[in-house]
Design a protein around this ligand. Sequence first.
Ligand code: NCD
Length: 307
Amino acid sequence: MRHLLNPLDFSVEEIELLLDLASDIEKNPGRYAHVCDGKKIATLFYEPSTRTRLSFEAAMLNLGGSVLGFASADSSSAAKGESVSDTIRVISCFADICAMRHPKEGAPMVASTKSSIPVINAGDGGHQHPTQTLTDLMTIRSLKGRIDNLTVGLCGDLKFGRTVHSLINALVRYTGIRFVLISPPELRVPEYIREDVLDANHVEYRELENLDDAMPELDILYMTRVQKERFFNEEDYIRMKDCYILDKKKMDLAKDDMFVLHPLPRVNEISVEIDDDPRAAYFKQVQYGVYVRMALIMTLLEVEKPC
Ligand code: NCD
């Protein structure tokens, strides 16, 4: 039995196969409408979510399966003091697969050791968010036609943003990826990622504070929200929350075939005035997220691709 806890749990070849399956689902959704008839996914969300939880649920419903779960820790037995290990043993009796989001880093990993069903990490604290990464990879591959030889700008809260950490981990395995890391000094990519991931893989990157300076060279711009819930003090959050606002003037500096991605939710970091720009890909990205999760559920449940 396999879990997805970290984007590196799948090899580059396995990710390629998964994205191929997701693209086939995009083209022929009808063919997949009953491949998971009778199967259930449990969504165990101890932290707020709109997209990720509903995207897992939509994915399972699109495959003919059904869904159960909870959307906040308060409405689960966690509020009574139940451990994640006990909860997953119980859920293993109710469902065939589960997606778990938890504020504590490593909680889905702990759950996987006690689980008799596949566990998908749907975001653990400031650590990883592998299904967002699969979504990001599908978006990049669909829009650019490749996942190599790209200059990728990551902008905003690079310290606490788990989507950024997962995406860097995944992208360093492709050839010719250069990163431009754009953040205030306080929100830089953590040292363990710079040293153990970027430097260790001899990946080219530079860090800067000014988004305008980076715009002309980027093929992908990945914007992120300042992660309010992970700040220790509100003053720091208020000082940094609007450090970047992507607007028309900034988009004028970018290439015509650069795409803007964002895991969402957006707060102020992307002005709504660019939503209609053909390079704004963040709502398309949400749609890709459903296809990728359909492909992932099929893969982890070892469901055959219909002929
Ligand atoms: C992200 C997350 O939860 O890490 N959202 C998502 O899953 N699409 C990004 C964020 O909350 O800023």
